[in-house]
Write a protein that binds this ligand. Structure first.
Ligand code: FE2
Length: 283
């Protein structure tokens, strides 16, 4: 094609991918091109602005390594990760998904419910309890709950050489009645990494970098859709402006002083035990 114009450029670019054998991938790339060109047209983007955008991506690439992805963070803070989670939801009767975040590590120690993860951790002890249920409210006895969270200083074990590698995480097998019980500490709010180009954009935009405190979960059972989600703290000051848009009303739980006699007798050595109760419903 010798006569490339602003009119024919978009279909020309799209058609250059006609030989891609994967039809879905071809559709995704062609749609991406349509939106990318649409973005340039809508904004009437200048050369200087386009170069600044590329420079932003170069900086993101430079700070990205095996344990840190500035591109995942970009996806999070531009709302894309949350949108993908929301689009993946089938029915509203199932527990909604939320951000996976960058601190999930496979291979957490396998334990049978109930599990006590307290060890030497400072912080407010809390028993996180509930059942894994199907859409009809029937327990799913062969479910697993992959659990992880940050310590009282706001850091995950990967960020803190003073924490053992297995701190505040486990792969829990639920009880025969679908029940789970994890004794842990109340998680703390934390900020997204601020040392890269995303952080600089946050400073310039006067955007809050905080994430409200949360526990992370991946709930799995054969024959059910895997649930990746987070459980938030009703009293957290950052619930209404999560930097990565992960909060959903039904994922916000109440931390209250435990009055459950079974819990209190099982953990009689733990003073001021709090309790969070929430059932997790799989589709
Ligand atoms: Fe997190």
């Amino acid at each position: 094609m010798r006569n490339t114009s602003s009119e024919n450029l978009t279909p020309l670019t799209q058609n250059s991918f006609n030989q891609l054998p994967d039809a879905r991938l071809q559709f995704i790339i062609k749609t991406f091109i349509a939106h990318l060109h649409g973005f340039a047209r809508d904004t009437q983007i200048t050369h200087a602005e386009w170069r600044a955008g590329l420079e932003f991506l170069h900086k993101a690439s430079a700070i990205t390594d095996e344990s840190r992805s500035e591109f995942s963070l970009m996806s999070d803070v531009f709302g894309l990760s949350s949108l993908v989670d929301l689009l993946a939801m089938g029915t509203e009767r199932a527990t909604p998904g939320s951000n996976l975040g960058p601190f999930h590590t496979r291979g957490s120690k396998e334990v049978k419910s109930p599990a006590n993860l307290l060890k030497d951790n400072e912080g407010e002890p809390v028993a996180f309890c509930g059942k894994v249920l199907d859409l009809n409210g029937k327990p799913i006895p062969n479910a697993t709950v992959d659990f992880w969270q940050n310590a009282d200083n706001g850091l995950y074990w990967q960020q803190d050489p003073n924490q053992p590698q297995d701190n505040l995480r486990c792969m829990l097998h639920v009880g025969d009645d679908g029940s789970f019980e994890i004794v842990t500490i109340r998680p703390k709010p934390y900020t997204i990494p601020m040392d890269g180009p995303v952080g600089a954009l946050f400073v310039e935009s006067k955007r809050s970098p905080w994430r409200p405190a949360h526990m992370h979960l991946i709930v799995e059972a054969p024959g059910y859709k895997t649930l990746v989600t987070e459980i938030f703290d009703e009293e957290d000051p950052y619930l209404d402006n999560d930097a990565v848009f992960g909060v959903r009303e039904v994922l916000v739980a109440q931390y209250k002083k435990s009055t459950d006699s079974e819990l209190l007798s099982r953990y009689k050595d733990i003073p001021n035990l709090l309790e969070v109760r929430l059932d997790l419903v799989l589709e």
